[in-house]
Write a protein that binds this ligand. Structure first.
Ligand SMILES: [Zn+2]
Length: 90
């Protein structure tokens, strides 16, 4: 991952920490505004967020009732990160 850029008042790590709630539509409006501002101004997060969202959507389609544990989240994040760096490199 890239270094900690602050865009829209959030670092990339903070955006990542909010992604789960973002995808659930549970972010507070002011945080949602910051996340959107960050993603709009940060190409890495824009790609990463898209990959993460796709992975979570696919996972939920098969495991709608199951809560994600930390290991599953780490695995999704790792695959999304490699997809993001592949997109960046390509
Ligand atoms: Zn970012």
């Amino acid at each position: 991952m890239a270094s900690e850029r602050v865009v829209g008042g959030l670092t990339c790590a903070e955006v990542l920490a909010h992604l789960g709630d973002f995808l659930d539509g549970e972010l507070a409006p002011e945080v949602l505004t910051q996340v959107r501002a960050h993603v709009a101004g940060c190409g890495a997060c824009e790609r990463f967020g898209g990959a993460y969202a796709a992975a979570v959507t696919a996972l939920r389609a098969t495991e709608r009732e199951a809560a994600l544990d930390a290991e599953q989240i780490a695995s999704i994040v790792a695959s999304a990160a490699s997809a993001a760096s592949a997109a960046k490199a390509g």
